[in-house]
Design a protein around this ligand. Structure first.
Ligand code: HEC
Ligand code: HEC
Length: 426
């Protein structure tokens, strides 16, 4: 997977340079400057360098904003940005009729009052699933969707749960029949897409349902947080406004972009580089099965009719499909999970792909005590049959045991809590 992993390396290198070398203006420009790294404009940095200068800490902090970032409607979805589609999508999102037995809606797991998650370790629809429910707030900014990137657009991520037997257990046929037969759904479809659902083939109609739901979810952008106010005050040199940011959150932020190097992966305004990595969470499920994460995600993506490479992508130039075209299965992908964004993270406990860490303090303790060698031991491995545990070997992970003291742990948690929106923008 040369293209993808090179990108990840560049992003990491960029963040490292920012965190450790004081590559001053880069962070503020965000991940798009990755090509500057590739062209050798900034010298590569290694972990374990001396602490960052004040100027580089400042630039690293500025790189986590501004919020909200500029964005435009998704070209792969012809109804993205349409208010009528968002209204119809909102209705569908809360409508259990799309599930096989009429009992499960998207909102069963993506509960608005719980930050569009469900407070459970793993989601439960018609049956328990293997993974923690991801919030759909800010999902419009993703390049990949779900913990393993099994889908590459917001609309494909929205039809996936309809078909999962443990989530909504539907079939394409069932969904399109409902939309054609229920008068309110049929008229909603006609209003948004400008033609009767009866005249559209099953696959197209099914994808369109996802596109309407995507138009709704794209309106869910998180509001500004205490961190954003601090970051903007820092940008304009307003000391009085900076002083309103709590001291413990500020110390936590300095750790986050400094010694703890969290921003190597939790990068930019969304606090994620958008890619996949391993942080020592077991891939083994309680029942002994293994969740191979990104490896399974790539396989699902490549075999999906609803990927951006397929006929339902509305972007005629297919530029949106470029990342998908370059995805390839590699051993590295075994056991990787998507680096989650951290906005509103205090509202979406429990944490990690399997919901195995109950609180933010547990997450920070996990990183504090992480053992780089165990990172690999935790991984049943890749070359042989699933379940083969390979002996420890050197890892290229950027993670190091941080040995944080109790105050540092509390400070990092205070910082993560400062990423919660004050008021929803929705
Ligand atoms: C049974 C609970 C459940 C139901 C019902 C459900 N979801 Fe989800 N949702 C999840 C889980 C779990 C994930 C993470 C999936 C993964 O990683 O494989 C997720 C992920 C997503 C994502 C990706 C978010 C991101 O940032 O990557 C989107 C979008 C989404 N769901 C939309 C929907 C829509 C639309 C519906 C209704 C058609 C729906 N979901 C129904 C549990 C559920
Ligand atoms: C090597 C990349 C990397 C680094 C460095 C890193 N993380 Fe993560 N982080 C991840 C990945 C990948 C996950 C998801 C892992 C999984 O579910 O198996 C994650 C998950 C999390 C979560 C859970 C979010 C959720 O919604 O479940 C939090 C909180 C978090 N990280 C905070 C931090 C903090 C604080 C630091 C620094 C001490 C840090 N991370 C360093 C990659 C990284």
């Amino acid at each position: 997977m040369p293209f993808r992993s090179a990108t990840v390396e560049r992003l990491r290198g960029l963040a490292l340079a920012v965190a450790l070398c004081g590559a001053s203006t880069l962070a503020a420009q965000g991940p798009h400057t990755a090509s500057a790294m590739a062209s050798g404009a900034v010298p590569a940095a290694k972990p374990g360098r001396p602490p960052a200068s004040d100027a580089s800490v400042r630039e690293a902090i500025l790189g986590h904003g501004p919020w909200p970032p500029p964005s435009s409607p998704d070209p792969s979805n012809r109804v993205a940005g349409s208010a009528a589609a968002a209204r119809f999508g909102h209705k569908l999102f809360f409508d259990p009729r799309l599930s096989t037995d009429g009992t499960v809606a998207c909102s069963t797991c993506h509960v608005p009052e719980f930050g569009y998650t469900d407070r459970r370790p793993v989601a439960v629809g018609l049956a328990p699933t293997d993974r923690n429910t991801k919030s759909v707030v800010d999902a419009r900014f993703n390049r990949w969707f779900g913990w393993s990137g099994a889908t590459d657009s917001l609309w494909a991520a929205s039809v996936r749960p309809l078909l999962d037997p443990r989530e909504m257990g539907s079939a394409e046929r069932h969904v399109v029949d409902r939309v054609r037969r229920e008068p309110d759904l049929a008229s909603g479809y006609r209003r948004v897409f400008g033609k009767p659902a009866d005249g559209v083939d099953d696959g197209q109609l099914f994808a369109d349902i996802g596109k309407a739901m995507a138009a709704f979810q794209a309106t869910l952008v998180s509001g500004r947080s205490a961190f954003d106010d601090y970051r903007d005050a820092l940008a304009r040199g307003d000391r009085r406004a900076q002083a309103r940011y709590p001291a413990d959150a500020l110390r936590g932020l300095q750790l986050f972009v400094g010694r703890a190097q969290c921003n190597l992966c939790h990068f930019g305004p969304q606090f994620t580089n958008g890619e996949f990595d391993k942080v020592g969470i077991s891939v083994r499920r309680p029942d002994g099965r293994i969740d191979w994460g990104r490896h399974d995600g790539i396989k699902a993506l490549q075999s999906s009719r609803f990927s951006l490479l397929g006929r339902f992508n509305d972007d005629p130039a297919r530029r949106t499909a470029q990342s998908t075209r370059h995805v390839a299965l590699t051993n590295e992908a075994y056991g990787q999970f998507r680096v989650p964004g951290l906005r509103n993270v205090a509202r979406t406990a429990p944490y990690m792909h399997d919901g195995s860490l109950a609180t933010l303090t547990d997450v920070v303790r996990h990183y504090s005590t992480i053992d780089a060698v165990k990172l690999h031991l935790a991984m049943p491995h890749s070359h042989g049959e699933p379940g083969d545990d390979l002996p420890a070997r050197p890892t290229d992970s950027v993670l190091r045991t941080l040995d944080l003291d109790e105050r540092e742990i509390a400070d990092l948690v205070a910082f993560l809590e400062s990423l919660s929106e004050r008021r929803p923008r929705r």
